[in-house]
Design a protein around this ligand. Structure first.
Ligand code: ADP
Ligand code: MG
Length: 225
């Protein structure tokens, strides 16, 4: 089964006087349960592509199916549900909410899925254990290390049985040692939970571990390896 199927995707930003063509007839297929990278120079449209797949930016034209769902024609309300149930986001700047504990941060996506507080807490605790943060439940983001913040961000992205994880420069903020730890963790979790993982990255050490690599250039994706 394909997790992502993109056909002839175009995206342009129209300004008052000019139009920026970012994606021009891009095709992309990702089988379910794969790890793929999207690499490429700054400004080539990597974040734009990720935001479109994340249903937070619109397309100019083209077809996109995610797990057989047509996200191009989806209503805003269905997009919200789709994001809550299917998509997980990992960012360079983890965006943990500073006024909530690690456990509360990881519980929130499950409450958005309308699970009971008890169920949500149990699932969040289980995921935090998987990422090695069982000793940090009651800490606030400001009280944990950068590596721990990144792992908390991973736990928050994965809770609730998400099947497509979109990661924009997940190691962008980490030193080499923590980057390697995060990659080990992501690979182990993927092996365990079988989600599809799409990683946008400049990090060549991280990219070297990815089995299927693509480069975004001049609005199209080309396979690297
Ligand atoms: N909201 C926007 N309005 C106009 N142009 C944009 C907007 N967002 C991105 N762009 C332009 O689209 C191009 C691709 O941006 P982006 O997807 O952020 O690239 P990358 O993530 O590969 O660095 C850039 O030229 C950028 O200036
Ligand atoms: Mg970007």
């Amino acid at each position: 089964m394909l997790m992502i199927e993109i056909k002839n995707l175009t995206k342009e930003y129209r300004g008052e006087s000019d139009t920026v063509q970012v994606l021009s007839g891009l095709d992309f297929e990702v089988p379910a349960g794969e790890i793929v990278s999207v690499e490429g120079a700054s400004g080539e449209g990597k974040s734009t592509l990720l935001n479109i797949l994340g249903t937070i930016d619109s397309v100019t034209s083209g077809k996109i199916l995610i797990g057989q769902e047509n996200i191009v024609t989806m209503s805003d309300r269905d997009k919200e549900k789709f994001r809550a149930n299917t998509l997980g986001f990992i960012f360079q700047h983890h965006y943990l909410l500073p006024d909530f504990t690690v456990l509360e941060n990881a519980t929130m996506p499950l409450l958005i899925q309308r699970k009971s507080i008890l169920q949500a807490r149990n699932e969040a605790e289980e995921m935090l254990e998987k990422v090695g943060l069982s000793h940090r439940f009651d800490h606030y983001p400001s009280q944990i290390s950068g590596g721990e913040m990144a792992r908390a961000g991973v736990a928050r992205a994965l809770v609730g049985g998400k099947t497509l994880i979109l990661a924009d420069e997940p190691t962008g903020n980490l030193d080499r040692k923590n980057s390697d730890k995060l990659a080990d963790l992501l690979w182990n979790l993927q092996d365990d939970l079988k989600f599809t993982l799409l990683i946008v990255t400049h990090d060549q050490d991280l990219a070297a571990r990815v089995p299927d690599r693509y480069r975004l250039m001049q609005g199209k994706l080309n396979k690297i390896s």
